[in-house]
Write a protein of this length. Structure first.
Length: 301
């Protein structure tokens, strides 16, 4: 198998920090993502290499093995065990009562048994190795995760039809079993881990399953009371305003928040904060009326 320089793929040197690796992966993954480069085989291959490099270098244990063993890093444990065994048996020099040593043929048999070779008659069969896990980042808008929907992803050259449940959160990671790298010698496949990057371009602030919004309320309605129409995430509703509603008043609209993840029909709440607005471009008559109100207030009426 040809050596793959994961550091070169992520445009990093071997002294790169964990944060450097994360930043480099996100930058390059966005640049070469198949969704942004349709029908571009080169970008598709590059995206696969970037995912593979990030999978190894972002894991401290895997990175340590890769730095030491290069292309054979997956077999690091077996190399280390073999080295220990070699040191152990190699240390047996001639002892009283007869010498015990390994010749070239014996070591050949020994390593065949360790690595599943067929030589020497001591082979235990080829060892099975689990495939690598893959990591991918899926970018979505907040509106996309308000309802359950399907998307087709291309990971390592394979198309995966994925159902994204409503209510997933920014930074949430899900596992798709068996969609990682293929196992070696009949070993199990690795898994695919997808992390959601959810961007909010709405006027609502999301906190878990609850939504928050600020609504302008004109002075006349705040003082006298009345009705207003406000936006929820999926439509408009009518609200009754009580007379003499103060600025900053908060109201809760139960069940008008965000869907609860994997709980069909359950929603959080929507919290509305009223923000009073001052009337502008007053007519002369309106100014006279406000002046009269001001005088009445000074007189204590």
């Amino acid at each position: 198998m040809d050596f793959i320089d994961y550091y070169k793929i992520l445009e990093l040197d071997k002294n790169a920090s964990t944060d450097d690796i994360k930043k480099a992966y996100r930058k390059l993954a966005r640049k070469h993502h198949p969704d942004l480069n349709p029908n571009d085989a080169t970008a598709k291959k590059k995206f696969q290499e970037i995912n593979e490099a990030n999978e190894v270098l972002s894991d401290p244990e895997k990175r340590k093995k890769y730095d030491k063993y290069g292309k054979d890093w997956k077999n690091a444990e077996h190399f280390e065990n073999a080295e220990k065994q070699q040191q152990q048996y190699g240390g047996f020099q001639g002892q009283q009562g007869g010498a015990e040593s390994f010749g070239e043929h014996d070591f050949s048999d020994f390593f065949s048994s360790m690595f599943g070779g067929a030589g020497g008659g001591r082979s235990g069969g080829q060892a099975k190795y689990r495939g690598q896990d893959f990591n991918a980042e899926l970018h979505l808008d907040l509106k996309d995760v308000y309802t359950t929907h399907k998307q087709t992803l291309t990971v390592n050259g394979k198309s995966i039809r994925l159902t994204i449940p409503a209510g997933v959160e920014n930074g949430q990671t899900i596992k798709i079993a068996g969609h990682g790298s293929e196992g070696v010698n009949g070993g199990p496949n690795g898994d695919l881990y997808i992390t959601f990057s959810v961007t909010n371009h709405t006027k609502f602030k999301r906190d878990g399953n609850n939504l928050y919004s600020t609504v302008d309320l004109n002075l006349y309605t705040a003082v006298l009371g009345g009705e207003i129409m406000i936006d929820t995430f999926d439509g408009k509703v009518k609200l009754n305003i009580k007379p003499e509603t103060p600025n900053g008043t908060k109201v809760k609209l139960k069940g008008n928040g965000f869907p609860v993840y994997k709980k069909e029909g359950e929603f959080g709440d929507l919290f509305i904060t009223y923000q009073l607005t001052t009337p502008t471009n007053l007519t002369e008559k309106e100014k006279e009326l406000f002046t009269e109100l001001s005088k009445l207030n000074k007189n204590g009426n």
